[in-house]
Ligand binder design. Structure first.
Ligand code: HEC
Ligand code: HEC
Ligand code: HEC
Ligand code: HEC
Ligand code: HEC
Ligand code: HEC
Ligand code: HEC
Length: 329
């Protein structure tokens, strides 16, 4: 009875396997998934079914115009018309929370597509999906979205879901939307059922952790070899931070988890990060030209908008930012 009562305050849409973790790791599960009172990590909800996404979109139809094409999005219904012909589509999945953008994925005649338009929470409206080709689309189908290759489908769902890929293909019946506990804690279900010890992720070196998170956030090597160059790479933290003079592959004080709780929402109060910087810089505090050197990240980790993203990303290349400098990469 007390166990049941204790579980009542957990999010209602918790996947069954992660609800099981809560019987022993309730604080972590609660922090990660959030509750009516507090946000969890966006990672827990990196994918929604289109019905779950509906409240974000609201009941009113959203519209957009691109050259001769007019778009309407109402719940799962997405239609595009060129004035003469209308293409009516039903969206299947919503990727992301919409802070940087919420992008939709749908099937048309057996093929998966990524919507040309995304919803942006900052502007509460539709705009082009980041990376959508410029100019006027040639056909209605092209106007609606981008055809995804089999590789794209596996990659998108691979990074935004749990337990969905088998032999290189997405198994939709098994898919758990969002990044569940087992996505990072491999084989944890076995630990939960049999009480076998669970491998610890706290033993990773800084570099190993960067690569671990970089499976989705992209590793230094991914970006160094494949790009993008320029401000577009500001969202790839493992790359940016490794290029900073603060970075030391063996020093845990500059690991992702020295600043981020992998089980919690993103901390947005700059002051909260000062202690992480001062773990290494306590002695040079006076060397900093700023006399009231609070909120270190507000000067040394500047925010950039990737064009078209309607969102500010934080540059993890910690540095002295010179006036009118070129974006270093
Ligand atoms: C019946 C209780 C129970 C359940 C259910 C359970 N755990 Fe644990 N777990 C423990 C205990 C006990 C430990 C070891 C002591 C500790 O860290 O609290 C542990 C340790 C861990 C560790 C830490 C390993 C380390 O040394 O750093 C991880 C990670 C973990 N569990 C993940 C999970 C996940 C994910 C689930 C759900 C799939 C889960 N556990 C379900 C009891 C449980
Ligand atoms: C399986 C893929 C995956 C892995 C592994 C992963 N992330 Fe994420 N992470 C994501 C996605 C996807 C988002 C964006 C979710 C959204 O906005 O819908 C995200 C968002 C975040 C955020 C922003 C959270 C918020 O509440 O706004 C932080 C911080 C973060 N990740 C840190 C980490 C760290 C640290 C690690 C390694 C310990 C890690 N991630 C591993 C996929 C992953
Ligand atoms: C290599 C892993 C990876 C792949 C592949 C991937 N994503 Fe993501 N996605 C992430 C991570 C990590 C984030 C969070 C950090 C960021 O915004 O860059 C993210 C963020 C997003 C966001 C913004 C979420 C928000 O809350 O603003 C959207 C939308 C999104 N992805 C859609 C997609 C779609 C659609 C695809 C396939 C065409 C895709 N992603 C493929 C890892 C991935
Ligand atoms: C994005 C990856 C990621 C996800 C998802 C994730 N964890 Fe963890 N978890 C970590 C990392 C990394 C550590 C080690 C933290 C450190 O370096 O100190 C950890 C540590 C733990 C520990 C060890 C004790 C502690 O307090 O740190 C437990 C228990 C645990 N996780 C349970 C869970 C449960 C339950 C869930 C699902 C609600 C979950 N984790 C989801 C990455 C993740
Ligand atoms: C020295 C501290 C520090 C370290 C180490 C660090 N971060 Fe951050 N991170 C921040 C700060 C500060 C923010 C911005 C918080 C805010 O104001 O929104 C941030 C934001 C983020 C975001 C949200 C998107 C954005 O651009 O704002 C993600 C995702 C993220 N970090 C992932 C990572 C990953 C992955 C690693 C490890 C490779 C990492 N961080 C290492 C300090 C750090
Ligand atoms: C793991 C230890 C460590 C952490 C954590 C760390 N730094 Fe550093 N930082 C260094 C080292 C080492 C250098 C190289 C210069 C030196 O030897 O003092 C450096 C250099 C710098 C520089 C000068 C860089 C340049 O462009 O010349 C700035 C500014 C800086 N750090 C700010 C910060 C801030 C702000 C934080 C927190 C967000 C932080 N550091 C976190 C170790 C660290
Ligand atoms: C208002 C902006 C601002 C804030 C806040 C700030 N700094 Fe700085 N910091 C600077 C500038 C500008 C320089 C370059 C000074 C120079 O070249 O004389 C600098 C230089 C540094 C250096 C390099 C010193 C050297 O001699 O190479 C370090 C390390 C540093 N800051 C760390 C920090 C830490 C840690 C914090 C937070 C406790 C912090 N800073 C807060 C603006 C700031």
């Amino acid at each position: 009875m007390t166990a049941i009562l204790a579980l009542l305050s957990l999010a209602a849409d918790l996947p069954a396997s992660d609800r099981l973790c809560a019987t022993c790791h309730k604080d972590i599960v609660q922090r990660y998934y959030g509750s009516a009172q507090a946000h969890g990590s966006t990672m827990a909800r990196a994918l929604y079914t289109i019905d779950q996404a509906a409240p974000l979109l609201g009941p009113k139809p959203l519209t957009y115009k691109l050259g001769k094409y007019s778009y309407t999005l109402t719940g799962p219904k997405y239609s595009v018309t060129d004035g003469a012909t209308t293409l009516d589509l039903t969206l299947a999945w919503a990727f992301g929370q919409g802070a940087a953008g919420q992008t939709y994925v749908y099937q048309h005649q057996g093929t998966w597509y990524e919507s040309r338009l995304s919803f942006y929470k900052e502007t509460k409206s539709l705009d082009l999906t980041m990376g959508a080709p410029p100019g006027e689309p040639r056909t209605l189908i092209e106007a609606a979205g981008r055809e995804m290759t089999a590789k794209d489908v596996t990659a998108c769902f691979g990074c935004h879901t749990t337990n969905s890929i088998q032999s290189g293909k997405v198994v939709f019946e098994k898919l758990q939307a969002g990044i569940g506990c087992q996505n990072c804690h491999e084989n944890a279900l076995k630990h939960a059922r049999t009480m076998q010890p669970q491998a610890s992720l706290a033993k990773f070196t800084t570099e190993e952790q960067s690569d671990f998170c970089g499976r989705c956030h992209r590793t230094w090597a991914d970006i160094a070899s494949g790009g993008p160059r320029g401000v577009g790479n500001v969202r790839f933290q493992p790359y940016r931070i490794a290029n900073s003079r603060c970075y030391d592959a063996a020093d845990r004080r500059i690991a992702c988890t020295a600043c981020h709780d992998p089980h919690g929402p993103l901390e947005v109060n700059a002051k909260a990060y000062d202690s992480s910087c001062l773990n290494c810089h306590s002695k040079d505090k006076k060397a900093c030209s700023n006399k009231q050197a609070d909120n270190c990240t507000s000067c040394h980790m500047p925010k950039y908008e990737i064009p078209g993203s309607h969102h500010l990303f934080t540059d993890h290349q910690i540095r002295i930012v010179r006036p009118n400098e070129k974006y270093p990469n």
